[in-house]
Design a protein around this ligand. Structure first.
Ligand SMILES: [Fe+2]
Length: 511
């Protein structure tokens, strides 16, 4: 078969061949190039980021020549694109897998917009997005969903189909967007490739996930704010160290970060520089909510008391692993900790949502005498957790909520200054979401652990889904939305439980 493009198809745009991209001037695609859908993210009062990637052959590197391709984009006030308010051109570079990140500005606050891309005669699916409320305004409410952990092989994305139909302003995704490895029981579909290590392999893994129609619906319905956990790179990695102590791990991390950037609706400030990528940041919703979005992977100290000859996590006895409590240990790294502390001190928002990867509450896993902890989460960094909770108390940060994922069960917790003292004050409320698909631990184990950890108000591992938060001046309502089964693409949705947090009173109550 003849290649879909020839040298003749390319031309040099402009006079200086060194400084301008070599454009494929009249692209013709063998297949639909918007196979991975569209997305928007990082909303501000005056704009959002619009994302797409041209990939007519998504699972095999994209299927495009190594040349730049020009796209057109449009933003309208209506779904029919009669009232177009912004439009422009953007060049998709081969070096970025023909992805684009358009930072649209000049929009009105707190309103819906529709957007689309065009390349040659192909038109993308429509996306809908929403700008943040005006700075200084006090919105009556903010509704969002947060989700995490969507192992492709372990289930269908029925949760995303239902999420896309909710009445929301925003989605927060808190990590494990992809999984690098295959595991689990009763798999419903396959990755069809081995564990990725190179940029080409990570790109194909993102394409595998993003080719799912329900995930595309969820992106096309709302702006997303994203952070990552370990599986976007490798299980249990910590900073520059992988679980298997790979000597080339930073090269692998650089490949994984680049592919993450190429597939997420992120601002240019997040564009990676080798193995470094600025992902943590703050997002405001008028005076109602400030989101402090954290990166708990890139800067952390290595896990302590590792298994012999290994990196990664371990289950350790508190009596044996004294290094766990070292005051200098950090999950966020010094710069991010200082940035977070400054933000928690300066915030004037009614609610402060710390959006991060994993369970923040202490979880003693030893049933009976003594304590046992998992070293990959905040329990591996207790001094850092004490600093964070201490900062919330010292700065009197208004209405702190911590949201997370990673553990694959729904959990509601009181975050206390001293988890071992049930009379210690509650500083913040934690809602840790279940997973979109990834398998959770046995409920019986959680029930036993809850008896040992009274600050865990609720823990349920048997259902997959997402969490809705509705925030108003007076209260935060959290609804745990779960699907009947992740093994059925057409599964229904229901509310498993609901909790409320009142203004000025940390700790969740049953709604
Ligand atoms: Fe996960």
């Amino acid at each position: 078969m003849a290649p879909p493009f020839s040298r003749r198809d390319f031309l040099l745009a402009g006079a200086c061949a060194l400084s301008v991209p070599r454009l494929w001037a009249r692209p013709h695609f063998l297949d639909y190039p918007f196979s991975l859908g569209v997305a928007s993210g990082a909303p501000r009062p005056d704009g959002v980021v619009l994302w797409t990637r041209l990939a007519p052959d998504p699972l095999n590197g994209g299927g495009l020549p190594p040349a730049a391709i020009e796209l057109r984009w449009e933003v309208a006030r209506d779904e029919g694109f009669r009232d177009i308010v912004r439009r422009g051109l953007v060049v998709a570079e081969a070096s970025e897998a023909h992805s684009v990140h358009v930072e649209v500005a000049g929009l009105d606050p707190a309103r819906w917009y529709w957007y689309r891309f065009m390349a040659a005669d192909a038109v993308s699916p429509l996306g809908r997005t929403r700008t943040a409320p005006a700075t200084g305004s006090m919105p009556a409410r903010l509704r969002l969903a947060f989700a995490s952990c969507q192992h492709y092989e372990q289930g269908y994305y029925a949760a995303h189909r239902h999420l896309a139909a909710e009445d929301l302003d925003l989605v927060l995704f808190l990590g494990d967007y992809i999984y690098e490895s295959s595991w689990g029981r009763n798999l419903v579909r396959r990755h069809e490739a081995a564990e990725p290590a190179t940029l080409a392999q990570y790109r194909n893994r993102y394409a595998r996930y993003k080719s799912d129609a329900d995930l595309q619906r969820s992106h096309a319905a709302f702006p997303w704010i994203v952070t990552w956990d370990d599986h976007e790179v490798d299980n249990d990695y910590a900073n520059d160290r992988s679980e298997d102590l790979d000597p080339d791990f930073l090269a692998r991390r650089a490949a994984a970060y680049q592919a993450y950037w190429e597939h997420m609706p992120l601002r240019r400030t997040a564009r990676p520089d080798g193995p470094r990528m600025q992902l943590y940041g703050r997002h405001d919703f008028g005076g109602l909510v400030q989101f402090h979005v954290l990166d708990g992977r890139q800067y952390r100290d290595h896990q302590v008391c590792e298994k012999h000859g290994r990196g990664g996590a371990n289950l350790v006895d508190d009596a044996i692993c004294s290094g766990r409590r070292d005051a200098g240990r950090s999950l966020l790294g010094a710069a991010q900790e200082a940035w977070l502390d400054r933000g928690l001190a300066a915030s004037t928002a009614r609610w402060n949502v710390v959006a991060q990867q994993t369970l923040m509450a202490q979880l003693d896993r030893r049933i009976g005498n003594g304590q046992q902890f998992w070293t990959d989460g905040w329990d591996g960094y207790p001094a850092a957790r004490e600093r964070l909770l201490g900062a919330l108390a010292a700065h009197r940060t208004a209405n702190p909520l911590v949201i997370g994922g990673d553990v694959h069960y729904a959990c509601v917790a009181d975050l206390r200054r001293d988890f071992d003292d049930p009379k210690s004050s509650v500083v913040a409320t934690e809602f840790c979401g279940t997973s979109i698909t990834s398998q959770g631990p046995p409920q019986a184990r959680l029930d036993a652990q809850r008896a040992e950890n009274p600050h865990l108000r609720f823990a349920h591992s048997e259902k997959r889904g997402y969490t809705l938060l509705e925030l108003s001046v007076e209260r935060c309502l959290a609804q745990l939305r779960v699907i009947d089964s992740e093994k059925a693409a057409d599964a229904g949705i229901s509310t498993l439980a609901a909790f409320v947090v009142h203004d000025g009173r940390p700790g969740a109550e049953t709604a």
